[in-house]
Design a protein around this ligand. Structure first.
Ligand code: PLP
Length: 390
């Protein structure tokens, strides 16, 4: 049988069987509308309350600070546009970084077209923002700082606690896109002074199309979606009850297994990080060597084209991701890899392998073995490559 090694968990994850089981119950048994007053509806409403409590618990938030959305992207859009609209009389300046997810960057660009000013902070070679740069960027008119918790491509974990302290000191809201960190590593919104936080179910073995925005009590956001009175009149639309219940189940499991999962994935990640440069020359690690997500591995291979690398690995049953995005027919190197200062051709030869706790050491070894062969084969085809096999 052809083997399959899934190493693209930063793109999406397998839905856990326990999560599917929970969701099924809300599709076929407890399918009432939470807005209905009869018992059937009220049961669904009660279930949503318990889901909110579970999701709040894992980031040390209050139950009524959690608002369910249709995706992580929606949560990001809402946080940025919602603050911008509500607080524009106070100022029209927003601070973010150059390596945010497109849900953040494109929301900021949208606001720029509507009279807002956005500062895009540079990052260092590891993808880390500078706290001094952040402080220097703050102005009288700054209403929001939005910096991701951990980067989806290179895994770098930003100094969130310090950013939160700076935001608080300056009376500016702090939003963090925590989609890659939520449920994977510890987050405490209280301790870290986080005012707004986005998360998504499908990055933690939950269903696609469900996200949430944590909004600290006292902060008022303009609605993104208008309509009925769902989500305390803040986000209209009949609740995706099965999706939300699945999200909560995934959070419950993530919470219980977090320590163990971090330990396990770190061992696998470090195995990749040791073996790849040992076995392949001109391999450069992208992202921070230590302050990185337990499940993220990202390497650039000189003289290689990332897309070809992916196609060859796919033939060996390995799913990874490259550092290029096909935008409008052309292959553009990712803004994140450009942001950390990689040359075009190096950025093009990048590979992200992202783990889940379903991966095994044996899969790591299999992948490294195949990677060594594929990189070698591709390099032999490259006129620029003069090195020899290690
Ligand atoms: C996946 C991802 C998102 C988008 O979440 P969706 O639920 O897929 O819309 C946003 N930010 C980061 C960092 C992500 O990794």
């Amino acid at each position: 049988m052809e083997r399959k090694v899934y190493l693209d968990n930063a793109a999406t994850t397998m839905v856990r069987p326990e999560v599917v089981e929970t969701m099924n119950k809300y599709y076929t048994e407890l399918y009432g509308n939470p807005s209905s007053i009869y018992e059937f509806g009220q049961k669904a409403k009660k279930a949503l309350g318990s889901a909110r409590e579970t999701v709040a618990g894992i980031i040390n938030a209050d139950t009524d600070e959690i608002y369910f959305t249709g995706s992580g992207s929606e949560a990001d859009n809402w946080a940025i546009k919602g603050v911008a609209e509500k607080y524009c009389s106070k100022g029209k300046h927003i601070i973010t970084s150059k390596i945010e997810h497109h849900a953040i960057l494109h929301s900021c660009e949208y606001l720029e077209k509507n009279g807002f000013e956005v500062t895009y902070l540079e990052v260092d070679e590891y993808g880390m923002i500078s706290l001094d740069d952040l402080k220097a960027a703050i102005k009288e008119e700054t209403i929001l700082i939005t910096i991701m918790f951990a980067n989806n491509e290179i895994g770098t974990i930003e100094p969130v606690r310090e950013i939160g302290a700076i935001a608080k000191e300056n009376n500016i809201f702090f939003h963090t896109d925590a989609v890659q960190a939520f449920g994977h590593i510890p987050i405490d919104v209280e301790e870290m002074n986080i005012d707004l936080l986005s998360a998504s179910a499908h990055k933690i073995n939950g269903p696609k199309g469900v996200g949430m925005l944590y909004i600290k009590k006292g902060i008022r956001l303009e609605n993104l979606i208008h309509g009925g009175a769902q989500e305390r009149k803040m986000r209209a639309g009949t609740e995706n009850v099965p999706g939300i219940m699945g999200f909560a189940k995934a959070v419950e499991i993530a919470g219980k297994t977090m320590d163990e999962s971090i330990e396990k994935m770190t061992v696998l990640r470090d195995r990749f990080m040791k073996l790849i440069p040992e076995r392949i020359d001109n391999a450069k690690l992208n992202g921070h060597p230590v302050k990185r997500l337990p499940g993220n591995v990202n390497f650039s291979f000189e003289f290689i084209e990332g897309e070809s690398l992916l196609l060859y690995l796919d033939m060996d049953g390995i799913s990874g991701s490259s550092g290029s995005a096909c935008t409008s027919g052309a292959l553009d190197p990712s803004h994140v890899l450009m942001g950390i200062g990689l040359a075009h051709e190096i950025a093009h030869g990048s590979l992200r392998l992202s783990l889940s706790d379903f991966n095994t050491e044996e899969e790591v070894d299999y992948t490294v073995e195949k990677l060594v062969n594929v990189v070698d084969r591709l390099r032999q085809m490259s006129p620029l490559y003069t090195g020899r096999r290690k």
